[in-house]
Design a protein around this ligand. Structure first.
Ligand code: ADP
Length: 462
């Protein structure tokens, strides 16, 4: 489904839903209001009819028909616009007095026999209205009837219906319009997100970003921000990967070129001793190339979680003593003093060979980058539930701009230094420490020395 079709379908569906809910709730509200208004108007009319009937009956009682007629005339002159129907039926069942407004000629009043008490209704021929009548038997046997049409009431209710209808229509249009605008603005970041994903799939480029809105706290905004952060990370990882491949290619070029040079020279010379020497050098270069490739593959394996650790209880102090002993000759040759601070044994659960490689690399670097007369101190301690190994030297140190990058594959802080390595040692160290669930940090004062701190989880107590 294309982006615009999706937008139309989704927006329309939500708007129709809004409109449906709106229409149903408006209908319910209007019906309830109509019923309440209609019943309260009817109640008011009935009250007027009953009160007038009572008043006229008492007039009749006090002063006979003449008093009643006077009261009706008075009401005609001073009363409201809406006149009431009044009829008195004598003993002979003939009406002795009738006051019926002219316009009411169409009501079938004669059909009502006047014997029923309470309210009764006479229908109109031409108007869809009812004349509501209340009847009372007077003291002399006559019957008094007072009535009122519901025409005004019906007109009021009709007006109410028209006004409510118009207001509902306007609000409905405003509701649907508002719903469309609201839906559009709410879903806009999702449409943007869809567009960005489409662009990435189409072009293969990950530098497109979802436009940021100046709003906060919205779950959709958070999704967009997280998506952008994820793209940043993917970009970072891809850049690091391509830099790593460049570095590997660059670092392999030199030994391979040397290998070719050695082989060419061996072919040209007829001297077998020189040829043997060239072959030995070729072997050395091949070893170097293999070593680079093996280390790069080991790092990748550890970083991607594919490294199988052969875990066993490892006594760190004993392991570090072994490593220091291994580097004794190198340190002596460089006149660098290596000391291990005394203390209790600290046990971790780990892969002995991999941990030996970690500390050997750190010690190798410390001795390599420390000039003659320098000092390398190794300390082992416990800190909470971690074992902490510190390797501190008084060497050249690492400049602040290089420090965050020393963990990258084939990165060398200062390639012009005479002490040259593969630039893979610290990447391997970090990958192995992380695979053990630990952390490693480096700090340095250029010209004064560097400190590497490895934290590993202590082995669980038996
Ligand atoms: P290398 O094989 O070059 O030593 P590493 O990955 O072990 O590669 O180290 C990366 C870089 O970090 C080194 O090139 C060096 O510049 C710097 N470095 C590592 N350890 C130390 C140290 N103890 N003192 C000074 N610089 C160091």
């Amino acid at each position: 489904m294309s982006s615009s079709t999706l937008r139309r379908t989704l927006g329309l569906r939500l708007s129709v839903w809004y409109a449906g809910v709106f229409i149903l709730s408006t209908l319910a509200l209007v019906s309830i209001s109509y019923a309440l208004l209609s019943s309260s108007l009817a109640q008011r009319d009935h009250d007027i009819i009953r009160a007038t009937l009572k008043e006229y009956a008492s007039r009749y009682e006090l002063g006979g028909l003449a008093a009643l007629q006077r009261a009706v005339q008075l009401e005609e002159r001073t009363g409201s616009e809406e006149q009431l129907y009044v009829r008195v039926i004598g003993g002979g069942a003939d009406a002795v007095f009738v006051r019926s407004p002219q316009a009411w000629g169409s009501y079938e009043v004669e059909d009502l026999d006047g014997t029923s008490t309470g309210l009764s209704g006479a229908f109109s021929h031409d108007r869809r209205a009812v004349l509501e009548l209340a009847t009372a038997r007077l003291f002399d046997g006559s019957i008094l009837q007072v009535g009122k049409t519901n025409e005004i009431r019906l007109a009021l209710l009709r007006n109410f219906q028209v006004i409510v209808g118009l207001v509902s229509l306007v609000t409905l249009v405003a509701g649907i319009g508002g719903g469309l605008v609201l839906t559009r603005s709410t879903l806009q970041p999702i449409y943007d997100l869809i567009q960005v994903v489409r662009d990435i799939i189409r072009t293969g480029r990950t530098d497109t970003r979802v436009p940021a809105r100046n709003e906060q706290g919205d779950a959709v905004d958070e999704l967009s921000a997280l998506f952008n952060t994820m793209l940043d990370r993917i970009n970072g990882l891809m850049a690091a990967m391509s830099e790593s491949i460049d570095n590997v290619a660059h670092d392999l070029r030199t030994p391979i070129a040397r290998l070719r040079g050695l082989a060419e020279r061996a072919l040209q010379t007829g001297d077998s001793t020189e040829q043997r020497e060239a072959l030995a050098n070729c072997l050395e270069e091949a070893e170097r190339i293999l070593s680079i490739l093996n280390t790069v593959m080991d790092i990748s394996e550890a970083e991607t979680g594919g490294l199988q650790l052969r875990r066993e209880p490892v006594a760190l102090r004993a392991l570090l003593a072994e490593v220091v002993e291994l580097y004794e000759d190198v340190a002596d040759a460089k006149k660098v003093k290596v000391t291990v601070e005394s203390g209790d044994e600290v046990g971790v659960s780990g892969d002995r060979d991999r941990l030996r490689q970690v500390f050997a690399n750190l010690l190798d670097n410390a001795i390599k980058y420390t000039p003659e007369g320098g000092h390398v101190r190794v300390a082992i301690a416990r800190d909470g539930d971690s074992a902490v190994v510190t390797v501190k030297d008084t060497g050249a140190g690492i400049a602040a701009e290089h420090l965050p990058r020393i963990w990258e594959r084939l990165y060398r802080a200062d390639p012009s230094r005479s002490e040259r390595g593969l630039g893979l040692g610290l990447s391997l160290v970090k990958a192995y420490v992380t695979a053990h669930g630990g952390t490693i940090e480096a700090s340095s004062q250029p010209g004064q020395g560097s400190t590497f701190v490895v934290r590993l989880p202590l082995s669980p107590k038996p």
